[in-house]
Design a protein around this ligand. Structure first.
Ligand SMILES: [Zn+2]
Length: 306
């Protein structure tokens, strides 16, 4: 019997994951048991590591693997994974984050290993590996763009794409590299209708070599699937909606990205539409959300080619 892998969205025979995908996330080819139900998680206030800003409705729960790698447990601290269950407000957010994260890989945006896991009641939750921990459990130094801009967390929407570029110029060890990464990420967020890429969803960390760079991308969700016409969180050259190829070309100039490089990035983004449609077709979103996401990508792909 053929299934779709709950990590890479490619076909897999007789089971729900590829062994290699499981190893990449859990370090073992066995599916860990998750002995928690959604109802229990909704009351597990203590285990939360924070709320993502989809109006504060999505819980992030810290979980860890037992040493035999057979069970995932809620961890008060030191958890190596973040688990995001279904919410009561927006349908299919874990499935949404899963497919959006898979789409990011098509344009070579770095993301942490992640996938979907079933809770004991059968509902799917999104799980991703924390990237701010070293194998020995030590935490890497990390600051989000709200902190770098010296703004209060509640002002995470008070910013702009240009502010993010300036912060990278000031703090990143290799600004040119990081600004190009940021440009690709902002473009991708617009392409996928992600209105939740605010200042707290962008962070710099100091890696093991002491280099201060952007963390892998996280909290990638097509918010437009659940909040119609959701605009961008951070305006690009003053625009939160109705962006065009011209906007992105001009923003590349602001970023001091060479013209040819910017063109390549825009072409790459528009060129992955077919692969994206395949991933969306296989993903775990409800049919109407699949259709809406495909339509959005087609419309934005066309705007990029104009
Ligand atoms: Zn797989």
């Amino acid at each position: 019997m053929s299934f779709v892998c709950r990590m890479c969205l490619k076909p897999v025979r007789d089971q729900e994951y590829h062994a290699a995908c499981l190893r990449g996330l859990f370090g073992s080819a066995k599916v860990p048991q998750l002995d928690i139900s959604l109802a229990k998680l909704h009351t597990a206030g203590l285990a939360m590591v924070g709320r993502s800003s989809l109006s504060g409705v999505q819980k992030k729960i810290s979980v860890t693997l037992t040493t035999d790698r057979e069970t995932l447990q809620v961890a008060a601290d030191g958890g190596r994974y973040i688990l995001k269950p279904q919410t009561e407000t927006f349908p299919a957010l874990p499935e949404n984050e899963h497919v959006t994260t898979c789409l990011a890989k098509l344009v070579e945006i770095e993301v942490p290993p992640s996938g979907l896991v079933a809770l004991s009641d059968g509902s799917l939750a999104f799980i991703s590996k924390r990237f701010d921990r070293l194998p020995d459990g030590r935490k890497l130094r990390q600051e989000d763009f709200c902190q770098l801009a010296e703004q209060s967390p509640k002002d995470k929407y008070e910013g702009s794409a240009e502010l993010c570029v300036r912060l990278l110029r000031k703090y990143a060890s290799e600004p040119l590299i990081e600004i190009l990464k940021l440009y690709r990420l902002l473009l991708f967020a617009w392409w996928t209708g992600n209105g939740d890429l605010h200042l707290k969803n962008l962070s710099l960390f100091t890696d093991t070599q002491g280099i201060m760079r952007l963390t892998p991308a996280y909290d990638l969700v097509s918010t437009r699937l659940v909040i119609p016409d959701d605009p961008l969180a951070l305006p690009v050259l003053g625009k939160k909606s109705k962006l065009t190829r011209k906007t992105w070309v001009e923003f590349a100039e602001y970023c001091a990205i060479p013209k040819k490089t910017a063109q390549r990035v825009l072409e790459k983004q528009a060129s992955v539409e077919e692969a994206a449609n395949d991933a969306i077709e296989s993903c775990f979103l409800p049919a109407e959300q699949k259709a809406a996401l495909k339509e959005l990508l087609t419309e934005r792909g066309a705007a990029l080619r104009d």
